[in-house]
Design a protein around this ligand. Structure first.
Ligand SMILES: [Ca+2]
Ligand SMILES: [Ca+2]
Length: 309
């Protein structure tokens, strides 16, 4: 998968006075964004969200009945992890996952599983998982397809189809580990929760801080995607060769897998861009340097990044 963002640096030469203007161009690769949305975690780096009874399963009341318990005694039926199930539960993309639970009284006939989303809990389950009962033990199991930290809410019902008396909702955190790309890890350092599902915030082409530098470039340039900044780099005549203009831009060492190129244009028209010859571009772990003749008149250059996997 490759997605592309472009920024345009306009370099004008006027009577040896150098002026840099800055523009932005957007190039959205829809299929790349769709895959990105699936691979990003829901939540990252939060403290475990424990169910209200997670720490005291053995203290659950054992003498109440399923029907009318809340009204009669103020107590309720608990969902209890069993068989070594932990909360948070850990899993890995592509590997079998199982989380077992029972209730403190009477086996429920149905269990509703909800996932916390941008608008609260919705009935859902992470892709690849299902909820199933075997011999009065309930399981959330399957092979998870997407990495993420999912907040689930489990509620058991005495009747089928989520009817009759309900258990106290049980909050379960499921952390599905995946191999995050350096860009995804960078994004996860700045956002968590529902924001990680919002491509207008975390997408490679998004610019949530409004500084005209898209997230993929913020990553490449090791900037802060949540704070307005200016394009980094130094520009001027090359001290080693006064016939050359030198534009040096510092890079994020973690973006070594990203492909960085410059494109040039005389007019800026959309069809009038060509890649700068490789001999004029020097890429190292720390920087990329563009060197071009100083006497060529008006020319426009844009920095282009492709984030591969
Ligand atoms: Ca930005
Ligand atoms: Ca920024």
């Amino acid at each position: 998968m490759v997605w592309v963002a472009e920024d345009v640096d306009v370099i004008r030469l006027k009577k040896m006075r150098l002026r840099i203007c800055y523009e932005r161009a957007t190039h959205v690769v829809a299929s790349g964004l769709a895959m990105m949305a699936q691979r990003l975690p829901f939540l990252k780096g939060i403290s475990p969200l424990l169910g209200i009874n997670a720490g005291i399963p053995m203290a659950a009341p054992l003498t109440v009945s399923f029907i009318g318990t809340q009204a009669l005694t103020g107590q309720s039926i608990w969902i209890i992890p069993t068989g070594g199930a932990t909360n948070p539960a850990l899993g890995k993309v592509g590997e079998p996952f199982q989380w077992a639970f029972i209730t403190s009284e009477e086996n429920p006939d149905s269990v509703k599983v909800e996932v916390e989303g941008p608008d609260g809990y919705v009935e859902a389950i992470p892709d690849g998982l299902q909820v199933i009962e075997r011999f009065s033990v309930w399981f959330i199991e399957g092979v998870p397809e997407n990495a993420g930290l999912y907040n689930l809410r489990l509620t058991g019902y005495r009747g089928r189809n989520f009817t009759s008396t309900a258990t106290t909702p049980y909050l379960l955190t499921v952390n599905i580990d995946g191999d995050l790309s350096p860009f995804e890890q960078y994004i996860a350092n700045y956002w968590e929760g529902v924001d990680l599902n919002d491509q207008s915030v975390v997408g490679p082409n998004a610019d949530p801080d409004g500084d005209g530098i898209e997230n993929s470039l913020e990553f490449l340039l090791d900037l802060d995607p949540t704070r307005k900044e200016t394009m980094p780099g130094s520009f001027g005549l090359d001290p080693a060769n006064r016939d050359l203009l030198k534009y040096e831009i510092p890079l994020n060492a973690l973006a070594l897998d990203a492909t960085v190129t410059f494109e040039q244009s005389r007019t800026g028209h959309v069809t009038d861009w060509s890649e700068v010859a490789q001999e004029n571009v020097t890429r190292t772990e720390q920087s990329v340097v563009l060197s071009v003749p100083a006497d060529q008149g008006k020319a426009l250059y844009r920095l282009k990044v492709s984030l591969g996997e």
